[in-house]
Design a protein around this ligand. Sequence first.
Ligand SMILES: [Zn+2]
Length: 81
Amino acid sequence: MATKTASTSTKSNWRSRAVIRPIEAGSSAECVACGERVKFQAKIKAQQVICNVYVRGRWDRVEHFHLACYNTAGEPHGHAA
Ligand SMILES: [Zn+2]
């Protein structure tokens, strides 16, 4: 796992972040928005949104969303990239 060391670019790096990732086989995460499994489907390139949620400047949890659910929810953890 390659992680970039945080540069001192902007002041608040410790906010919740959302990224779009392909759903991997064997995924057992549940979508926070609809409560259903974020499950891998071989036929379609399904994508999920993974959010690192920070509460008061500290990492709190990871949340998974279906990509569509995340957009429907109004991108609660910021724009997914
Ligand atoms: Zn969902």
